[in-house]
Design a protein around this ligand. Structure first.
Ligand code: PLP
Length: 348
Protein backbone atom coordinates (compact mmCIF):
# COMPACT_ATOMS: atom_id res chain seq x y z
CA UNK A 1 0.00 0.00 0.00
CA UNK A 2 1.16 3.52 -0.75
CA UNK A 3 2.00 5.01 2.67
CA UNK A 4 -0.80 7.27 3.80
CA UNK A 5 1.38 10.35 4.38
CA UNK A 6 2.94 10.14 0.93
CA UNK A 7 -0.51 9.85 -0.60
CA UNK A 8 -1.75 12.88 1.33
CA UNK A 9 1.30 14.89 0.28
CA UNK A 10 0.65 14.05 -3.36
CA UNK A 11 -2.99 14.94 -2.98
CA UNK A 12 -2.49 18.26 -1.21
CA UNK A 13 0.06 19.34 -3.81
CA UNK A 14 -2.42 18.81 -6.65
CA UNK A 15 -5.62 20.39 -5.31
CA UNK A 16 -8.08 21.35 -6.62
CA UNK A 17 -8.94 18.16 -8.45
CA UNK A 18 -11.49 18.03 -11.27
CA UNK A 19 -12.77 14.74 -9.89
CA UNK A 20 -12.07 13.56 -6.34
CA UNK A 21 -12.62 9.83 -6.41
CA UNK A 22 -10.01 8.63 -3.94
CA UNK A 23 -11.46 8.25 -0.44
CA UNK A 24 -14.82 6.53 -0.92
CA UNK A 25 -16.66 9.71 -0.03
CA UNK A 26 -20.28 10.20 -1.05
CA UNK A 27 -20.45 13.03 -3.62
CA UNK A 28 -24.19 13.50 -3.03
CA UNK A 29 -24.15 14.04 0.73
CA UNK A 30 -24.89 15.17 3.30
CA UNK A 31 -28.66 15.08 2.94
CA UNK A 32 -30.34 18.53 2.85
CA UNK A 33 -32.21 17.59 6.04
CA UNK A 34 -28.89 16.86 7.74
CA UNK A 35 -27.51 20.25 6.65
CA UNK A 36 -30.66 21.97 7.93
CA UNK A 37 -30.36 20.25 11.32
CA UNK A 38 -26.69 21.25 11.56
CA UNK A 39 -27.47 24.89 10.83
CA UNK A 40 -30.34 24.92 13.31
CA UNK A 41 -28.21 23.44 16.10
CA UNK A 42 -24.98 25.41 15.66
CA UNK A 43 -25.97 28.09 18.18
CA UNK A 44 -26.32 25.41 20.90
CA UNK A 45 -22.61 24.66 20.50
CA UNK A 46 -21.69 26.38 23.76
CA UNK A 47 -22.90 23.34 25.73
CA UNK A 48 -21.49 19.81 26.03
CA UNK A 49 -23.92 17.53 24.32
CA UNK A 50 -24.60 14.50 26.48
CA UNK A 51 -28.35 14.79 25.80
CA UNK A 52 -27.97 14.76 22.01
CA UNK A 53 -25.54 11.83 22.27
CA UNK A 54 -28.07 9.94 24.38
CA UNK A 55 -30.83 10.73 21.91
CA UNK A 56 -28.83 9.45 18.93
CA UNK A 57 -27.85 6.36 20.91
CA UNK A 58 -31.56 5.68 21.48
CA UNK A 59 -32.29 6.01 17.76
CA UNK A 60 -29.41 3.72 16.80
CA UNK A 61 -30.37 1.13 19.44
CA UNK A 62 -33.94 1.08 18.07
CA UNK A 63 -32.62 0.78 14.50
CA UNK A 64 -30.28 -2.11 15.41
CA UNK A 65 -32.82 -3.81 17.69
CA UNK A 66 -30.52 -3.90 20.73
CA UNK A 67 -30.58 -2.24 24.19
CA UNK A 68 -28.77 1.11 24.46
CA UNK A 69 -25.82 -0.33 26.39
CA UNK A 70 -24.91 -2.31 23.27
CA UNK A 71 -24.10 0.94 21.38
CA UNK A 72 -21.03 3.18 21.51
CA UNK A 73 -21.11 6.37 19.39
CA UNK A 74 -17.75 7.65 18.16
CA UNK A 75 -16.36 10.42 15.92
CA UNK A 76 -16.33 8.19 12.80
CA UNK A 77 -15.92 4.42 12.86
CA UNK A 78 -12.11 4.85 12.66
CA UNK A 79 -12.32 5.42 16.40
CA UNK A 80 -14.08 2.06 16.89
CA UNK A 81 -11.33 0.35 14.86
CA UNK A 82 -8.61 2.12 16.85
CA UNK A 83 -10.13 1.61 20.31
CA UNK A 84 -10.86 -2.09 19.73
CA UNK A 85 -7.24 -2.58 18.66
CA UNK A 86 -6.07 -0.71 21.77
CA UNK A 87 -8.08 -2.80 24.23
CA UNK A 88 -7.42 -6.16 22.60
CA UNK A 89 -3.67 -5.77 21.95
CA UNK A 90 -2.30 -4.31 25.16
CA UNK A 91 -0.23 -7.46 25.55
CA UNK A 92 0.57 -8.01 21.87
CA UNK A 93 -0.85 -10.94 19.89
CA UNK A 94 -2.07 -11.25 16.32
CA UNK A 95 -5.12 -10.20 14.36
CA UNK A 96 -6.36 -12.67 11.76
CA UNK A 97 -7.50 -10.68 8.72
CA UNK A 98 -7.74 -11.00 4.97
CA UNK A 99 -5.07 -9.89 2.52
CA UNK A 100 -6.01 -7.48 1.08
CA UNK A 101 -8.32 -5.62 3.44
CA UNK A 102 -8.84 -2.23 5.07
CA UNK A 103 -5.70 -1.49 7.08
CA UNK A 104 -6.82 0.96 9.75
CA UNK A 105 -7.30 -1.53 12.63
CA UNK A 106 -4.31 -3.63 11.54
CA UNK A 107 -2.03 -0.56 11.58
CA UNK A 108 -2.95 0.12 15.23
CA UNK A 109 -2.42 -3.56 16.10
CA UNK A 110 1.09 -3.38 14.62
CA UNK A 111 1.72 -0.06 16.38
CA UNK A 112 0.80 -1.76 19.67
CA UNK A 113 3.45 -4.43 19.05
CA UNK A 114 1.05 -7.03 17.64
CA UNK A 115 1.10 -8.64 14.20
CA UNK A 116 -1.11 -9.22 11.15
CA UNK A 117 -1.80 -12.90 10.60
CA UNK A 118 -2.85 -12.50 6.98
CA UNK A 119 -5.00 -14.88 5.00
CA UNK A 120 -5.13 -14.41 1.23
CA UNK A 121 -8.63 -13.92 -0.15
CA UNK A 122 -10.16 -16.69 -2.29
CA UNK A 123 -9.94 -16.76 -6.10
CA UNK A 124 -13.27 -14.91 -6.25
CA UNK A 125 -11.93 -12.31 -3.79
CA UNK A 126 -14.17 -13.32 -0.86
CA UNK A 127 -12.79 -13.87 2.65
CA UNK A 128 -11.26 -17.36 2.93
CA UNK A 129 -13.22 -18.22 6.07
CA UNK A 130 -11.86 -21.77 6.32
CA UNK A 131 -8.33 -20.39 5.96
CA UNK A 132 -9.03 -17.75 8.59
CA UNK A 133 -10.36 -20.36 11.00
CA UNK A 134 -7.16 -22.41 10.59
CA UNK A 135 -5.03 -19.27 11.01
CA UNK A 136 -6.42 -18.59 14.50
CA UNK A 137 -3.85 -19.65 17.09
CA UNK A 138 -3.13 -19.22 20.80
CA UNK A 139 -1.85 -15.65 20.20
CA UNK A 140 -4.88 -14.49 18.20
CA UNK A 141 -6.70 -11.69 20.03
CA UNK A 142 -9.16 -10.66 17.33
CA UNK A 143 -10.43 -11.61 13.88
CA UNK A 144 -11.15 -8.68 11.53
CA UNK A 145 -13.61 -9.08 8.65
CA UNK A 146 -14.53 -6.17 6.38
CA UNK A 147 -17.72 -6.94 4.47
CA UNK A 148 -18.03 -5.70 1.75
CA UNK A 149 -14.25 -5.58 1.73
CA UNK A 150 -12.13 -2.53 0.96
CA UNK A 151 -10.26 -2.09 -1.41
CA UNK A 152 -11.86 -4.94 -3.39
CA UNK A 153 -15.58 -4.09 -3.06
CA UNK A 154 -16.32 -7.81 -2.94
CA UNK A 155 -18.78 -9.53 -0.65
CA UNK A 156 -18.41 -12.58 1.57
CA UNK A 157 -21.58 -14.66 1.82
CA UNK A 158 -23.41 -13.51 4.94
CA UNK A 159 -24.71 -16.98 5.91
CA UNK A 160 -21.19 -18.37 5.71
CA UNK A 161 -19.87 -15.41 7.71
CA UNK A 162 -22.56 -15.85 10.39
CA UNK A 163 -21.68 -19.56 10.67
CA UNK A 164 -18.00 -18.61 10.96
CA UNK A 165 -18.75 -16.11 13.75
CA UNK A 166 -20.89 -18.64 15.62
CA UNK A 167 -18.05 -21.12 15.45
CA UNK A 168 -15.13 -18.93 16.47
CA UNK A 169 -16.55 -16.01 18.50
CA UNK A 170 -16.87 -17.95 21.76
CA UNK A 171 -13.07 -18.28 21.77
CA UNK A 172 -11.91 -15.29 19.71
CA UNK A 173 -13.85 -12.04 19.22
CA UNK A 174 -14.77 -11.22 15.62
CA UNK A 175 -14.79 -7.59 14.47
CA UNK A 176 -17.05 -7.10 11.43
CA UNK A 177 -16.57 -3.78 9.65
CA UNK A 178 -19.86 -2.97 7.88
CA UNK A 179 -18.87 0.49 6.58
CA UNK A 180 -20.22 -0.33 3.10
CA UNK A 181 -22.97 -2.84 3.92
CA UNK A 182 -25.75 -0.27 3.54
CA UNK A 183 -25.03 0.01 -0.17
CA UNK A 184 -26.71 -3.41 -0.52
CA UNK A 185 -30.47 -3.15 -1.01
CA UNK A 186 -30.96 -6.04 1.45
CA UNK A 187 -28.37 -4.95 4.02
CA UNK A 188 -30.76 -5.48 6.93
CA UNK A 189 -30.73 -9.21 6.18
CA UNK A 190 -26.94 -9.32 5.90
CA UNK A 191 -25.72 -7.57 9.04
CA UNK A 192 -23.99 -9.57 11.80
CA UNK A 193 -25.77 -7.59 14.56
CA UNK A 194 -28.23 -10.48 15.32
CA UNK A 195 -25.25 -12.55 16.53
CA UNK A 196 -24.51 -9.93 19.18
CA UNK A 197 -28.11 -10.18 20.32
CA UNK A 198 -27.50 -13.95 20.62
CA UNK A 199 -24.63 -13.17 23.02
CA UNK A 200 -21.71 -13.83 20.65
CA UNK A 201 -18.52 -11.79 21.10
CA UNK A 202 -18.96 -10.03 17.75
CA UNK A 203 -18.27 -6.33 17.27
CA UNK A 204 -19.97 -4.55 14.37
CA UNK A 205 -18.71 -1.14 13.24
CA UNK A 206 -20.86 1.22 11.19
CA UNK A 207 -20.40 4.72 9.90
CA UNK A 208 -22.30 7.81 8.77
CA UNK A 209 -19.38 8.60 6.41
CA UNK A 210 -20.53 6.49 3.45
CA UNK A 211 -24.24 6.08 2.67
CA UNK A 212 -25.10 9.19 4.73
CA UNK A 213 -22.37 11.27 3.05
CA UNK A 214 -21.09 12.67 6.37
CA UNK A 215 -17.38 11.73 6.17
CA UNK A 216 -16.19 15.17 7.29
CA UNK A 217 -18.78 15.38 10.08
CA UNK A 218 -17.39 12.33 11.91
CA UNK A 219 -20.06 10.05 13.30
CA UNK A 220 -19.76 6.28 13.58
CA UNK A 221 -20.65 3.61 16.10
CA UNK A 222 -20.02 0.15 17.43
CA UNK A 223 -22.59 -2.50 18.29
CA UNK A 224 -21.14 -4.99 20.77
CA UNK A 225 -21.84 -6.76 24.06
CA UNK A 226 -21.91 -4.35 27.00
CA UNK A 227 -18.89 -6.08 28.62
CA UNK A 228 -16.82 -5.40 25.48
CA UNK A 229 -17.89 -1.75 25.35
CA UNK A 230 -17.13 -1.40 29.04
CA UNK A 231 -13.49 -2.33 28.36
CA UNK A 232 -13.33 0.38 25.70
CA UNK A 233 -15.07 2.82 28.04
CA UNK A 234 -12.08 2.64 30.39
CA UNK A 235 -9.79 4.22 27.79
CA UNK A 236 -12.24 6.36 25.82
CA UNK A 237 -13.36 9.96 25.94
CA UNK A 238 -17.03 8.97 26.22
CA UNK A 239 -19.20 11.68 24.73
CA UNK A 240 -16.33 14.19 24.85
CA UNK A 241 -15.30 13.34 21.27
CA UNK A 242 -18.77 14.09 19.92
CA UNK A 243 -20.07 17.33 18.53
CA UNK A 244 -23.60 18.77 18.72
CA UNK A 245 -24.00 19.66 15.05
CA UNK A 246 -22.82 16.26 13.84
CA UNK A 247 -25.08 14.44 16.30
CA UNK A 248 -28.10 16.46 15.16
CA UNK A 249 -27.09 15.94 11.51
CA UNK A 250 -26.83 12.19 12.04
CA UNK A 251 -30.30 12.03 13.63
CA UNK A 252 -31.82 13.98 10.73
CA UNK A 253 -30.00 11.79 8.23
CA UNK A 254 -31.23 8.57 9.85
CA UNK A 255 -34.78 9.80 9.34
CA UNK A 256 -34.12 10.75 5.72
CA UNK A 257 -34.53 7.31 4.20
CA UNK A 258 -35.21 8.83 0.78
CA UNK A 259 -31.70 10.30 0.76
CA UNK A 260 -30.17 6.95 1.71
CA UNK A 261 -32.11 5.16 -1.02
CA UNK A 262 -31.08 7.77 -3.58
CA UNK A 263 -27.42 7.39 -2.50
CA UNK A 264 -27.74 3.63 -2.92
CA UNK A 265 -29.21 3.96 -6.40
CA UNK A 266 -26.74 6.62 -7.54
CA UNK A 267 -23.87 4.46 -6.33
CA UNK A 268 -25.25 1.47 -8.25
CA UNK A 269 -25.52 3.67 -11.37
CA UNK A 270 -21.89 4.81 -10.83
CA UNK A 271 -20.70 1.19 -10.78
CA UNK A 272 -22.58 0.41 -14.02
CA UNK A 273 -21.12 3.49 -15.72
CA UNK A 274 -17.58 2.46 -14.68
CA UNK A 275 -18.11 -1.16 -15.76
CA UNK A 276 -19.38 -0.05 -19.18
CA UNK A 277 -16.44 2.35 -19.62
CA UNK A 278 -13.88 -0.28 -18.63
CA UNK A 279 -15.49 -2.93 -20.84
CA UNK A 280 -15.31 -0.45 -23.74
CA UNK A 281 -11.54 -0.31 -23.19
CA UNK A 282 -11.25 -4.09 -22.94
CA UNK A 283 -10.36 -3.81 -19.24
CA UNK A 284 -11.26 -6.19 -16.45
CA UNK A 285 -12.68 -5.24 -13.05
CA UNK A 286 -13.94 -6.77 -9.81
CA UNK A 287 -17.75 -6.60 -9.61
CA UNK A 288 -18.36 -4.41 -6.56
CA UNK A 289 -20.96 -4.23 -3.81
CA UNK A 290 -19.58 -1.01 -2.38
CA UNK A 291 -19.10 2.62 -3.40
CA UNK A 292 -15.92 2.02 -5.41
CA UNK A 293 -14.57 -0.27 -8.13
CA UNK A 294 -11.16 -1.98 -8.20
CA UNK A 295 -9.54 -2.95 -11.50
CA UNK A 296 -6.10 -4.14 -12.61
CA UNK A 297 -3.88 -1.62 -14.43
CA UNK A 298 -1.11 -2.48 -16.85
CA UNK A 299 1.42 -0.02 -15.36
CA UNK A 300 2.98 0.71 -11.97
CA UNK A 301 0.58 2.20 -9.42
CA UNK A 302 2.69 5.24 -8.59
CA UNK A 303 3.25 6.20 -12.23
CA UNK A 304 -0.43 5.66 -12.91
CA UNK A 305 -1.49 7.85 -9.97
CA UNK A 306 0.88 10.62 -11.08
CA UNK A 307 -0.58 10.61 -14.56
CA UNK A 308 -4.17 10.61 -13.31
CA UNK A 309 -3.43 13.41 -10.83
CA UNK A 310 -1.76 15.40 -13.67
CA UNK A 311 -5.14 15.27 -15.41
CA UNK A 312 -6.96 16.41 -12.25
CA UNK A 313 -8.34 13.00 -11.40
CA UNK A 314 -7.82 11.72 -7.86
CA UNK A 315 -7.98 7.92 -7.52
CA UNK A 316 -5.94 5.42 -5.52
CA UNK A 317 -3.64 2.61 -6.48
CA UNK A 318 -2.97 -0.62 -4.62
CA UNK A 319 -0.33 -3.27 -5.08
CA UNK A 320 -2.03 -6.60 -4.38
CA UNK A 321 -0.12 -9.89 -4.49
CA UNK A 322 2.40 -8.34 -6.87
CA UNK A 323 -0.08 -6.74 -9.30
CA UNK A 324 -1.15 -3.11 -9.61
CA UNK A 325 -4.76 -2.00 -9.28
CA UNK A 326 -6.69 1.26 -9.41
CA UNK A 327 -9.55 1.92 -7.00
CA UNK A 328 -12.00 4.52 -8.21
CA UNK A 329 -14.54 5.86 -5.70
CA UNK A 330 -18.10 6.89 -6.48
CA UNK A 331 -18.39 10.15 -8.40
CA UNK A 332 -21.19 11.97 -10.21
CA UNK A 333 -21.77 10.89 -13.85
CA UNK A 334 -19.81 13.87 -15.20
CA UNK A 335 -16.88 12.99 -12.92
CA UNK A 336 -16.95 9.39 -14.14
CA UNK A 337 -16.78 10.75 -17.72
CA UNK A 338 -13.69 12.81 -16.79
CA UNK A 339 -12.16 9.75 -15.09
CA UNK A 340 -12.77 7.51 -18.11
CA UNK A 341 -11.36 10.11 -20.52
CA UNK A 342 -8.19 10.46 -18.38
CA UNK A 343 -7.90 6.68 -18.08
CA UNK A 344 -8.11 6.28 -21.88
CA UNK A 345 -5.34 8.84 -22.31
CA UNK A 346 -3.09 7.31 -19.65
CA UNK A 347 -3.51 3.80 -21.05
CA UNK A 348 -2.84 5.01 -24.60
N1 PLP B 1 -13.97 1.00 7.59
C1 PLP B 1 -13.77 0.96 6.27
C2 PLP B 1 -13.85 -0.36 5.59
C3 PLP B 1 -13.49 2.11 5.54
O1 PLP B 1 -13.28 2.02 4.23
C4 PLP B 1 -13.43 3.35 6.22
C5 PLP B 1 -13.12 4.59 5.50
O2 PLP B 1 -12.87 4.65 4.34
C6 PLP B 1 -13.63 3.34 7.61
C7 PLP B 1 -13.92 2.15 8.25
C8 PLP B 1 -13.51 4.56 8.45
O3 PLP B 1 -14.41 5.53 8.13
P1 PLP B 1 -14.93 6.60 9.19
O4 PLP B 1 -13.90 6.79 10.24
O5 PLP B 1 -15.10 7.84 8.37
O6 PLP B 1 -16.21 6.06 9.72
Amino acid sequence: YLPQLEWERQLSGRMPLKARMLANENPYGPSPKCVEAIAASASAGNRYQHEAAQQLKGMIAAFEGVPEDYIMITPGSSEVLEKMALVHFQEGGNVVAADPTYMSLIKVVIGMGGSWNKVKVTDDWAHDLAGMRSAINADTKLVYVCNPNNPTGTLTDSDALAAFCREVADETPVFVDEAYLEFLPDHRAKTMVPLIREGKDVIVARTFSKIHGMAGLRVGYAVARPETLEKVGRISRGNMGLCKTSLEGAMASMEDETFQETSRQQTAAFREQVYAGLEGMGMEYLPSYASFVLFPIPLGGEVFLEQMFDRGIGVRSFSIHGDDYCRVSVGKPEEVDLFLTALRQVLA
